[in-house]
Design a protein around this ligand. Structure first.
Ligand code: ATR
Length: 294
C-alpha cells in the first residue's frame, strides 16, 4: 500500500482496538480495488471520544467505524443520524461529507443483509424471536423492524430490559414486539414459548452466553419446540460454533454464526464511505485470516 498526499484516510475508534478485524478487511478491499484509501486503528480512551470525533473534521478523515465502548456516546456527537442509528441510539459508522458528520448503524443492517444473502430467511413474513436485550439485540431488533419484520418476541434474563426494547420497537415502528419470559425456571414450552416458536421463522441469539471463554453456556430455550422451519443465528463468532448452534442444529434448524454480520457491517460501511461496492469475497477472506490467526 502506497500512502500519498492524496490518500483518503478512514479508520476505527475503539478501546481496546488492537484486536479489531476491520483494518484487515477494509485494507484488503482497498488494495483489491486499487483505491487510494487507508484504514487505520485509533485507540480512543473513554473520555476521549468528543475530541476524536472533532478530529474527524480537523484531520479530514473520510469516515470512521466506532466500536466498544463508544457506540452510544457517538450518537450524541454527530450532526445527523440515519434512521437505524437514531432508533438504536448507537453509531458504528460515521461518514464525513464536507465537514458534516452523519452517524449510521450498519451492525443491524449488516445482520439483515447477511441473513438474506446467506440463509435466504424471510424476515418480513414471519415473526422473530430475539434472545437478549443489550446493544447487539437492540441493533438487530431495530434493523428487523425497519426492514418489515411483522412481529418479534424478545426474551432476556432481565425482563425490564426486554420490556424497554419492546417499547422502543412498538412506539417507533410498525412491528409488534412482545416480551417472552426467560425460560428458567419455567418448564420447556411454558410462558408463551410454544406460541412464539410456533409462529416464528427466525431465532437470533444475541447474548454473550457461549462466547469464549464461557463456551459451555447457552440460553435455556425449549429446544424441543425448535424444528427445520427455524433459521437460527448466534451472533457469537468466537468460537465459530457454539453449544447453542449445536443444540439448534440437532433440533433440525439451519444455523449460522455471527461472522456474516461482522462481514456485512463492514461491507455496508465501505459502501457508505466510498460509494462503491467492495469485493465481499476479499473482505470475507481477510476476516477468516484474522479469525484463524487469533
Ligand atoms: P452487547 O452489546 O454485546 O449486546 P450487553 O449490552 O452487555 O452486550 O448485553 C449483554 C446481553 O447478554 C444482555 O441481554 C444480558 O442479559 P441481562 O440484560 O440480563 O444482563 C445477556 N447475558 C450476558 N450474560 C448472561 C448470562 N450469564 N445469562 C443470561 N443472559 C446473559
Amino acid at each position: 500500500m502506497e500512502i500519498s498526499g492524496k490518500t483518503s484516510v478512514c479508520g476505527i475508534f475503539g478501546y481496546p482496538v488492537e484486536h479489531s478485524f476491520s483494518p484487515a478487511m477494509h485494507n484488503a478491499a482497498f488494495k483489491e480495488m486499487s483505491l487510494d484509501w487507508a484504514y487505520v486503528p485509533f485507540a480512543v480512551k473513554p473520555g476521549g471520544l468528543a475530541g476524536a470525533v472533532r478530529s474527524i473534521r480537523n484531520l479530514n478523515l473520510t469516515g470512521v467505524n466506532v466500536t466498544v465502548p463508544h457506540k452510544q456516546a457517538a450518537a450524541g456527537l454527530v450532526d445527523r443520524l440515519s434512521p437505524a442509528a437514531r432508533l438504536s441510539g448507537a453509531v458504528n459508522t460515521i461518514v464525513n461529507r464536507g465537514g458534516v458528520l452523519t452517524g449510521h448503524n450498519t451492525d443491524g443492517l449488516g445482520f439483515v443483509r447477511s441473513l438474506e444473502e446467506e440463509s435466504g430467511a424471510e424476515i418480513n413474513s414471519v415473526p422473530a424471536v430475539i434472545i437478549g436485550a443489550g446493544g447487539a439485540a437492540r441493533a438487530v431488533a431495530v434493523a428487523l423492524a425497519l426492514n418489515g419484520a411483522p412481529a418479534m418476541f424478545i426474551v432476556n434474563r432481565t425482563a425490564e430490559r426486554a420490556a424497554g426494547l419492546c417499547e422502543l420497537i412498538n412506539n417507533n415502528t410498525g412491528c409488534r414486539a412482545s416480551v417472552l419470559g426467560w425460560p428458567e425456571p419455567y418448564p420447556p414450552g411454558g410462558d408463551g414459548w410454544a406460541e412464539a416458536l410456533g409462529s416464528a421463522g427466525l431465532v437470533v441469539q444475541t447474548t454473550s452466553m457461549g462466547m469464549h471463554p464461557n463456551t459451555g453456556q447457552f440460553p435455556p430455550v425449549p429446544f424441543n419446540l425448535l424444528n427445520k422451519g427455524h433459521v437460527v443465528v448466534d451472533l457469537i463468532y468466537n468460537p465459530g460454533r457454539t453449544a447453542f448452534m449445536n443444540m439448534c442444529e440437532a433440533a433440525g434448524c439451519r444455523v449460522y454464526n455471527g461472522i456474516g454480520m461482522l462481514l456485512h457491517q463492514g461491507v455496508m460501511a465501505f459502501e457508505l464511505w466510498t460509494g462503491r461496492t467492495p469485493p465481499v469475497d476479499v473482505m470475507r477472506a481477510a476476516l477468516y485470516r484474522c479469525l484463524e490467526a487469533r
